[in-house]
Design a protein. Sequence first.
Length: 81
Amino acid sequence: MVTPEDLRKFIADGLACEHLEVAGDGRHFEALIVSRQFEGKRLVQRHQLVYAALGERMRGDVHALSMNTLTPEEFEDRGGA
């Protein structure tokens, strides 16, 4: 079973993140992902970058992933640290 820590590592290994939080129960996860790579991209393009970082794991290991994908500036505007 995939842990939130595993998923965090999988995302971080494939996507340069300024901030990354992952919570979940082994099948359903929620992630806050802050990356400069999201700048100038629409929501669907941001999610595609995360899915690409996860690769085949999204087909088998992870049943559901809810994502909040922000640029560093968006994160800061929302009160992020």
